[in-house]
Ligand binder design. Structure first.
Ligand code: CTP
Length: 472
């Protein structure tokens, strides 16, 4: 890919990129490349004739606002970058998404990015003659099943509460007769201010539904508290629930009443109190599976090694460091109906980690004796008591992907294996996309390259099909 120039970006965009890059453990240049690659992929996914899906399960959304028309109003806050992800999540579930960007939002995300991800024209101006002839703000307000405001800034909430209509976003919000869901995001002091509390009370009394905000670190260095925007998947779940309540439908929850456990992320094996052995796993695939299973109604325990991504909504997350801690947490989470082992567990640990920091001594390197870690997947798959009905592993391979994974399926005694090529040039380990082969005793199915969320959705649909029927 061509070289990327970060220097030319304005400060706000640079700050957005810096935050995303830090969150994903990448350089700013690599993050920019990843965004461009994902946008190109999302565009090609949007063109159905260019997508060759070999598995019907791979394209089946589990639950969600399929066929719904969502108007997404993006307010001007640092969380606006997450709204780009929200567009993808809504579209993955079959919704049509049109975006309105406030003037302040355009300081954080470009209308072009929202347009590329939504595959629709983006609206920014109340007095745009082209819009008024074509769609018009009144039709924009009415032509949708749901309006989502994310991020809902303190200012946007104040405008909504006061019934202002001096820009396109506020005019649409005043004119709409469809349900409105807001995802507030702001500094904790602004969230706690009496004015915002008043506005929030007014909005909920007016029938507006609110999701979040969550507690956590703010973009401002050193600030923490309540004010982080809800994660995109949480917003999607709230949108589903709101639409279902309105129409009296029940949300499709094929895993309701089922228990699942998922392992995710790397493990860290200590060398001494300050050093450890680790690998490049980000936890994105495992976390996405846990989130998709929870969205499908399962009670999910996620056992995660050290990662830099947020806990998925609606999931009980247990944090561990080492392989042995992970095994113990997995055993505590039993019994479950289905266990998915997506963690990249370190195969070895240092037999005797230093109690104190190992010091350099006269140029001699310390000799580290390694000992094998327990194989968590094999241990659970070979259990006599409390073996989950469905045990699913991953195979991270760099050569002979399918053959090695088939051998792993037999050796570990699991029911299915998702094999992926983690050679560095695939960008799978740590990246946002994955290409897996589902290996079962019936054969091999190659799924197309797709987002890790889409892989998760397809896998959960498969699991639900196997576990169909009332829980025993
Ligand atoms: N796994 C596990 N415990 C381990 C090692 C691996 O539970 N100690 C699980 C992983 O979560 C994954 C599967 O086993 O579901 C395969 O992991 P992988 O790293 O591909 O295989 P390994 O067993 O480590 O074999 P190798 O490194 O030789 O390929």
């Amino acid at each position: 890919m061509a070289s990327i120039t970060i220097r030319g970006l304005d400060d706000d965009l640079k700050q957005c990129l810096r935050l995303r890059a830090a969150g994903n453990g990448r350089s700013m240049e690599d993050e920019a490349r990843t965004i461009l690659r994902d946008m190109a992929a999302a565009r090609s996914e949007a063109a159905p004739d260019r997508v060759a899906l070999r598995s019907s399960a791979a394209q089946q959304p589990v639950a969600g606002p399929a066929g719904r028309r969502v108007l997404l109003i993006i307010g001007g806050g640092i969380a606006a970058y997450k709204s780009l992800d929200l567009i993808r999540r809504l579209r993955e579930r079959g919704a049509t998404v049109r975006c309105v960007l406030t003037a302040a939002a355009q300081k954080f995300v470009a209308p072009l990015a929202a347009g590329a991800l939504s595959g629709e024209r983006v609206f920014t101006d109340l007095f745009d003659p082209a819009s008024e002839l074509d769609v018009g703000h009144i039709r924009l307000a009415r032509d949708h099943d749901l309006v989502v405001v994310a991020p809902a800034t303190a200012d946007l909430m104040a405008k909504m509460a006061g019934g202002h209509a001096d820009d396109l976003a506020s005019a649409v919000l005043l004119a709409t007769d469809t349900p409105v869901l807001i995802a507030p995001a702001m500094n904790p002091h602004m969230w706690g201010h009496a004015a915002t509390r008043r506005n929030l009370a007014r909005l909920t009394a007016d029938g507006i539904t609110v999701v979040g905000p969550a507690e956590g670190e703010m973009a401002e260095r050193g600030e923490a508290g309540i004010g982080r925007m809800a994660e995109p998947l949480e917003i999607v779940a709230a949108a589903d629930a709101l639409l279902a309540r309105r129409t009296g439908e029940t949300v499709d929850r094929p895993l309701k009443g089922r228990r699942m456990l998922v392992t995710s992320g790397p493990t860290h094996e200590p060398i001494d109190p300050v050093r450890y052995i680790a690998n490049r796993s980000s936890g994105k695939q495992g976390h996405a599976i846990a989130a998709a299973a929870a969205a499908a109604g399962a009670a999910v325990t996620l056992i995660s090694g050290p990662v830099n991504i947020p806990d998925p909504p609606g999931v009980e997350t247990v944090r561990v460091e080492t392989a042995r801690e992970m095994l113990a947490a997995v055993e505590r989470a039993l019994p479950v109906d289905c266990a998915v082992f997506a963690a990249a567990v370190a195969d070895w640990r240092v037999a005797q980690p230093g109690r104190e920091k190992i010091k350099k001594s006269n140029g001699a390197s310390p000799a580290l004796t390694l000992t094998e870690n327990p194989d968590i997947l094999a241990a659970i798959a070979h259990r006599k008591a409390e073996r989950p009905q469905l045990v699913i592993g991953f195979a991270a391979e760099t050569e002979k992907v399918v053959a090695n994974a088939q051998e792993k399926l037999k050796r570990k005694g699991c029911d299915w294996i998702l094999a992926n090529d983690v050679s560095s040039e695939t960008g799978i380990m740590g990246g946002d996309r994955n290409q897996v082969n589902l290996i079962t005793s019936d054969g091999v199915e190659s799924w197309p390259p797709q987002s890790k969320d889409a892989v998760a959705g397809a896998l959960v649909a498969r699991i639900a099909a196997v576990l169909a029927g009332p829980p025993p």
